[in-house]
Design a protein. Structure first.
Length: 94
């Protein structure tokens, strides 16, 4: 996943994911989304579904209004197969 580094509050940015199968071949036909949550405070979630670009590449545009720490959850689904991972990011003030 790229595009989450150095995000600033209220600034749009492109987020991209390249999805590969176990054999390292590009995986098309998946639903790729990220959800954003605050680690504390119960802030509302943000949800972004990525557009498929082909060759296992997916992309979406997002904007986070508030600076601070966020948990990014990446979810990939294709048929019965599901993958989910999470990481914490820091959104900077403008």
């Amino acid at each position: 996943m790229s595009g989450l580094e150095g995000l600033h509050a209220n600034q749009s940015g492109e987020v991209a994911v390249t999805v590969r199968d176990k054999a390292e071949k590009p995986l098309d036909g998946a639903t790729v989304r990220i959800m954003l949550k605050r680690p504390v405070g119960g802030q509302a979630e943000k949800d972004l579904v990525f557009a498929a670009l082909g060759a296992g590449k997916y992309q979406g545009k997002m904007q986070i209004e508030q600076p601070g720490h966020w948990v990014v959850i990446l979810r990939i689904e294709r048929g019965q197969d599901k993958y989910e991972t999470a990481k914490e990011i820091r959104v900077l003030e403008m």
